[in-house]
Design a protein around this ligand. Structure first.
Ligand SMILES: Nc1ncnc2c1ncn2[C@@H]1O[C@H](COP(=O)(O)OP(=O)(O)OP(=O)(O)O)[C@@H](O)[C@H]1O
Length: 407
C-alpha cells in the first residue's frame, strides 16, 4: 500500500454572501449551508501503481488529490501515506516571492526535512532540472516570467525523488520543450517504481498510463477498478449526458439563452471524441507494412456530441514522438471548421507516401475552432512499418532532389 483512504469525507461551509461569515460569528446563528465535496471514499493505491481519477468538473477529484497530498484535511476519515510524497498540485504555492530561486529551493528542501548532503543533492537536482541560469536563480522569484516560475516550481516539487507522486493535470508546464521534459520526468519516476496518483480529463492519457482508475461522481466513487472498465463506464455516462442535454427542450439552436446554458454545460467535458484511425492501401486495411511511395489513405472517425465547430489535426510521428508530417483541417484551402453533432469521417489520401524505412505511428488531436484548446487526442496510435525496398536513399523521408553536377 502507498496511499490508503479510509472513510474520507470533505465538506465545506458555503456562505451566500461574504458578510454572512461575520454575522454568523457575531450572532452565533448558522448562516451557511454545508457542501459535501467528497464522501465515503475508501480505497488504496498500491506501491508502484499508476492510478487515475476521472470525472466531471466539480466531481471532487482535486479535493481528493489535495487530501492525498496532505494540503487539506478531510472532515471525516483518514489518509495514510507511505514514503516521500511530491505533489504537483498548486505548483509554486509555497514559494516566497521576495526570495531568490536558490533560497526558495533551499526552503523547499528544508520543508522536506533535508539537511547536509541530502539538501545539496536536492538543490543540485532542482537547479539542473529547472534549466534556469545562475543569474535568474539569484533573482527574487517575483521577477520571473510565468514560464520560469513554473519551471522552478516543477523542478523543486520533483527534486525530492518521490516514492509517491500526486499530479493534478500538471502534465503541461511551461513551453513545449519543458512540457516534454516534465512528462518524461514523471514517466521516469514511474519507471523507477514511484506510485502515481493523478487526475486528468484526457481519457486517452488515463488509458495509456494507469493500471487502475476511479470515476468520481458527485463526491462519491461511482466506479473503481481496471482502467478500461472504469473509463468505458464513464464514457457511456458522458454520452448519455449529452443525449439528454441535446434532447432537453430549449436547447435548440435558435434559442440564444438556452444555447448559452448548453454551451456552458457542454464545455465542461469533451465535445468530440476520436473513435478511430484506419490506414487503407491496395494491400488492405491497416497493413503492418507499407512500401515507400505507396498510395495510402488515412481514415479518421469522430463523434461530436454538440454543435460546436472543431478542427482535426493529425500527424505521422516517429516512436520518439518527433513529428514527421502533420496537417490539420484548418490548413485546407478555406480551412473551415467541422460542425454538427453525430459521426464525422475524414479521409486524406497520400498518393505517394514519401517515407523511408522505419517505424511510424499516428497522433490525432481534436481542437476547438480557434485551433488552440484540445478537446480530445490519441497519440502514438496505429503503428506501421515502412520498407524502402526499391530505393537506396536513407533517412526519414525522401526529398525531391536533382543531381546538378558531379565532376
Ligand atoms: N474551498 C472550497 N469551498 C467551498 N466549496 C469548494 C471548495 N473547494 C472545492 N469546493 C467544491 O467542491 C466540489 C469539488 O471540487 P473539486 O475542485 O475537487 O472538483 P474537480 O473534480 O477537481 O473539478 P475540476 O475537474 O473542475 O477540476 C465542487 O463543487 C467545488 O465547488
Amino acid at each position: 500500500m502507498s496511499i490508503r483512504f479510509e472513510g474520507v469525507e470533505k465538506s465545506y461551509p458555503v456562505y451566500a454572501k461574504p458578510q454572512d461569515r461575520l454575522l454568523e460569528w457575531l450572532t452565533g446563528r448558522q448562516r451557511h449551508r454545508v457542501h459535501v465535496a467528497l464522501s465515503g471514499i475508501d480505497f488504496s493505491v498500491q506501491a508502484g501503481e499508476t492510478f487515475g481519477l476521472i470525472g466531471e468538473n466539480g466531481a471532487g477529484k482535486s479535493t481528493l488529490l489535495k487530501i492525498a497530498a496532505g494540503t487539506i484535511r478531510p472532515t471525516l476519515g483518514q489518509v495514510e501515506r507511505e514514503g516521500r510524497v511530491a505533489a504537483l498540485l498548486e505548483l509554486g504555492a509555497g514559494f516566497h516571492p521576495e526570495e531568490s530561486g536558490y533560497d526558495n529551493i533551499r526552503f523547499m528542501a528544508a520543508l522536506h526535512g533535508l539537511e547536509g548532503a541530502a539538501m545539496d543533492a536536492f538543490h543540485q537536482r532542482a537547479t539542473v532540472f529547472s534549466e534556469l541560469t545562475v543569474e535568474t536563480l539569484e533573482r527574487p522569484v517575483k521577477t520571473y516570467s510565468s514560464g520560469m516560475f513554473m519551471r522552478l516550481a516543477f523542478a523543486a516539487a520533483t527534486a525530492i525523488d518521490p516514492d509517491v507522486l500526486i499530479v493534478d493535470e500538471a502534465l503541461s508546464v511551461g513551453d513545449l520543450h519543458f512540457q516534454k521534459k516534465s512528462l518524461n520526468r514523471i514517466l521516469a519516476l514511474r519507471e523507477r517504481g514511484a506510485t502515481v496518483l493523478f487526475c486528468s480529463h484526457n481519457l486517452y492519457q488515463v488509458r495509456s498510463l494507469c493500471q487502475r482508475a476511479a470515476w468520481i461522481h458527485g463526491g462519491r466513487i461511482e466506479a473503481i477498478g481496471n482502467t478500461e472498465d472504469v473509463v468505458t463506464a464513464y464514457e457511456a455516462h458522458e454520452r448519455r449526458r449529452y443525449v439528454s442535454l441535446r434532447a432537453e427542450p430549449g436547447n435548440e439552436k435558435d434559442s440564444s439563452a438556452s444555447d448559452g446554458a448548453l454551451s456552458q454545460r457542454a464545455a465542461t467535458v469533451n465535445l468530440v471524441k476520436i473513435l478511430g484511425l484506419t490506414l487503407e492501401t491496395g494491400d488492405g486495411i491497416n497493413p503492418a507494412q507499407v512500401d515507400t511511395f505507396q498510395d495510402v489513405t488515412v481514415a479518421l472517425e469522430l463523434e461530436a456530441y454538440g454543435e460546436s465547430a472543431f478542427h482535426v489535426l493529425f500527424s505521422i510521428v516517429r516512436p520518439d514522438k518527433d513529428n514527421v508530417f502533420g496537417t490539420s483541417t484548418q490548413f485546407r484551402p478555406g480551412g473551415h471548421a467541422i460542425v454538427g453533432a453525430g459521426t464525422h469521417r475524414i479521409r486524406v489520401r497520400f498518393p505517394r507516401l514519401a517515407l523511408l524505412s522505419g517505424e511510424y505511428l499516428w497522433s490525432v488531436y481534436v481542437l476547438d475552432d480557434s485551433g488552440i484548446q484540445v478537446l480530445d487526442m490519441a497519440e502514438l496510435i496505429q503503428p506501421f512499418t515502412v520498407l524502402n525496398m526499391k530505393h537506396r536513399e536513407f533517412g526519414v523521408t525522401w526529398l525531391e532532389h536533382e543531381w546538378l553536377l558531379v565532376e
